[in-house]
Structure formats: C-alpha cells, structure tokens
Design a protein around this ligand. Structure first.
Ligand code: GLY
Ligand code: MN
Ligand code: MN
Length: 434
C-alpha cells in the first residue's frame, strides 16, 4: 500500500475526530508459540490500516490540530546489538522519514510523554478490552491527569470507542485495497486449482494443504489468512476442521476452505470436489443445490440490497432443493419459517472480508440490516452438512459436507466475484481433475 493511502486514512480519521481529541492505538504484542519460540508476527489490522508500521512494541497517537504534530509514533529505538539478531528497526528517524509520523519517541518513554499529549484534550478515542495491560496503563495516565485537574487543567472527560469510526472506514474499500484483494483472491483461486489437480485417493489431506501453501507463498502471500481446512468424507461436516490428517478415500468428497493473505488483505474461498475426480450421483445432486443457492445469493449482492438479502435467497433455494431431494419434507415457506434448514445449514451465508477474514463493520445500523454499498466486500458461502446418523435422512446422503464460498465486491452496478478463477461448475472441476 502506498504512503499516500495511509496519509489519506489518517487525515480522514482526524477529520471525523475533530480538535480537542486524541486517538490511541497500540500495536499487537508478540505472542509465544512455545518456550522461546515466537509466532510469526502479524501487526494488528487497525494499527496497520492507519500507520503501515509493521513492528511490535509501538503505539500510534493521533491528535488533530495539535501544534507540535498531529501524528505521534512511539516505537522501539534503534539497537545495533538486537538488530544483528532480528533485523533492522525503523527507530525514531524511520518513523518520521519512512512512516511519515510528525514526531516519534522511544516506546520506553511513553509514560513520561503521553500524559502531556493528553493534557488539554477532552475526548480520548480508544478501543477498550483488547489489550488488557494497555487498558490499565491508559486509565492510569488519565487518572493521573485528573488528579491534577484542580490546578485548572482540562483533562479527558470522555472515552469514545475508536473502533466504531475506524471500522466504518475499513468497511468501504478504496480502489487500491480492492486491487490487493483481487490479487489475493487470484492467488487463492490458483491454489484451489492446484489442489484439485493434485488430489488422488490415498493421499493425506495435509498433502493438499501443502499444495495450497506452495501456491500462496510462490506468489508472495507469505501466510494464509486463517488455518486451511481440508476435510474429506465425514471431516467435511466439521465446520472448523483443521487437523487435515486423514487419508482421502475413493468415493469421498473433500472440502477445502483456504485463502491467502496478501499485503495484509485476506481472501477466503471454499470448494468441494470429489477425491477421485468424479462426483457420484448423490454428491452431484447435493452439490447442485448448494451451487444454486450460492448463485442465488450472489445475485442479491447489489447496492441497495441489505445485508440479509443474500442469506435469505440462499436459505430459500437450499430449502427448495432439500425438499426436492426428499431430505426435508413439507412446504418450503413453512420449513423456512421454522428454520428446518438449520439442521443441514447451521451457519450464516457470509461475512465482511478485508484485512481480517471475518472483517470489521456493523451488520446492522439502528436495528436494521445494513444496506450494501459499492466498496464493501463480503463472502457468499452457503453449505449443506449431513453427518452419518442424521435421523430421517437416507444413508446415501450421509457423511457429505459441501460448501461453496466466493469473495464478492459490491460495485456501482452490482457485484464482482473476486474469486472467479476458482472453478465451481461441476463439469469444469471434473475436466480440471481428469
Ligand atoms: N474460513 C472462515 C470462513 O469461511 O468464515
Ligand atoms: Mn472460508
Ligand atoms: Mn468465510
């Protein structure tokens, strides 16, 4: 993402905050995997969205109208000794020159400096409840100031949730963000195609996971956006199955839910295909129902439609299909009203997508489903899951889990399926696997 984009975001945020206020955002902490092994560091999405700063141990402060600088970045000092081990740090100079902070201080000095910045401000924008330690420190600084307020000093009287305005910004993607998300989806689509081609009975699920990761990394996506799901047979019915350990069997389906993260933006694609390259009759029949539901839902992604329209379309089409196959019995309208489909489709049809896979942004505004607007990106992912032993369901349907998931951008005139390159037409999948 270009520097200009971060500058534009900070300006926008500060305009909405107004003078007399300060926003405070801490970076993600480093987390330990085991003993002295760290998880690969990933910056907090809100923090990165505004700063583009990838290092831990940092705090960004925005103070619109402040004479000595509106954007202050606290970060680690340069340290030649530490940098031999872990690479270069930006330091205070880099914070200003590369990351365009107006001013920068060592993170170790924050106790002395931040209270001074808070002096004279009325509102503090901050998201409570994410970093418990930092919450306490911030409240400590504010209380210390309040103790001094008898001396006539203006001190913050109000804490306002920063995530509220920030997440509204993040919900509408700029053209630059969309172009990154399009690339991330393209890489993921290639990965799904690669996994389809590599699939054979007798292989382990994790061998397909390896194919996915290979394709992600080869194209510059250094991580998946979430743990890849590769579930064959009965495992396809376990919604968050990530063991990926089983041997894939002839005659089973395999469900892959995997997406690359590129330049801090997620993609999220699910495809379900036959381990041996040919859908059985029963598998194909169920697959067609899920596909019809997914297409009906995608059709609803248009400006002016509301958040729940795609879900309602998917539910209706799925229920119709399940009735036609004899898996549900009764009138479609009644079955929908009584939520009988939930036994086989127990999750929602999608979620916002962006820097986080389950991205930020409200789904309702003042109690009403949010209207879709150009620049929003969402997933559309209906599914049918019929585990073995499902009562009242013929055995031929058992151990079948099918989900089809695409990433869809709302455009001025309708929508664009960002993950279009991942085949979902059953004929096309069979041809690719042949
Ligand atoms: N992969 C997570 C989801 O589909 O929501
Ligand atoms: Mn998914
Ligand atoms: Mn999803």
């Amino acid at each position: 993402m270009q520097t200009q984009e971060f500058i534009r975001r900070r300006r926008h945020l500060m305009q909405m905050m107004g003078e007399g206020s300060v926003a405070i955002l801490p970076a993600s902490p480093v987390r330990m995997r085991n003993r002295d092994v760290e998880y690969h560091y990933r910056q907090d999405s809100d923090f990165y969205y505004l700063t583009g700063f990838p290092e831990p141990e940092a705090v960004a402060v925005f103070a619109p109208g402040r004479k000595n600088g509106e954007y202050i970045l606290f970060c680690r000092e340069r340290n030649p000794e530490a940098e031999i081990w872990n690479g270069k740090r930006a330091g205070q100079e880099g914070a200003v020159e590369i990351y365009r902070a107006d001013d920068s201080f060592p993170i170790d000095d924050i106790d002395d400096i931040l209270p001074g910045i808070l002096e004279g401000t009325e509102k503090v924008y901050y998201t409570m409840g994410i970093h418990a330690d930092f919450d306490k420190r911030l409240i400590g600084w504010v209380n210390r100031l309040r103790d001094q307020s008898r001396a006539g000093m203006v001190t913050p009287g109000e804490f306002i949730a920063l995530d509220h305005i920030l997440h509204d910004m993040r919900l509408i993607k700029s053209s630059r963000e969309i172009s990154v998300m399009r690339k991330a989806a393209k890489i993921s689509a290639r990965a799904h195609r690669r996994a389809m081609r590599a699939c054979r009975p007798g292989k382990k699920e994790y061998e397909l996971e390896a194919e996915l990761l290979h394709e992600f990394m080869t194209h510059g996506a250094r991580s998946s956006a979430y743990a890849s799901i590769v579930g064959s047979g009965a495992n396809g019915c376990v919604l968050h199955y990530i063991d990926n350990l089983a041997t894939m069997k002839d005659g089973d389906l395999v469900l892959i839910d995997a997406g690359a993260e590129l330049d801090y933006y997620a993609s999220d694609i699910t495809r379900t295909f036959p381990v041996n390259g040919r859908y059985s009759r029963a598998q194909r029949a169920l697959y067609e129902v899920v596909l019809a539901a997914q297409l009906a839902a995608i059709e609803q992604v248009q400006p002016g439609k509301h958040w729940n329209d795609p879900h309602e379309a998917a539910v209706r089409t799925l229920t119709e299909g399940l009735v036609e196959l004899g898996i549900l019995k009764g009138r479609v309208t009644t079955l929908v009203k009584n939520e009988k489909y939930k036994k086989f489709f127990m999750h929602r049809t999608g979620h916002w997508l962006g820097m986080d896979v389950h991205d930020v942004g409200d789904y309702k505004v003042e109690g009403e489903w949010r209207l879709l607007e150009p620049g929003m990106v969402l997933t559309v992912e209906p599914g049918i899951y019929i585990p073995a032993g499902s009562k009242g369901v013929a055995k031929k349907w058992w151990d079948t889990g099918i989900r089809i998931e695409d990433d869809v951008l709302v455009t001025k005139s309708g929508h664009e399926v960002l993950s279009i390159d991942a085949p979902k037409d059953p004929e096309e999948i069979e041809a690719l696997m042949a």
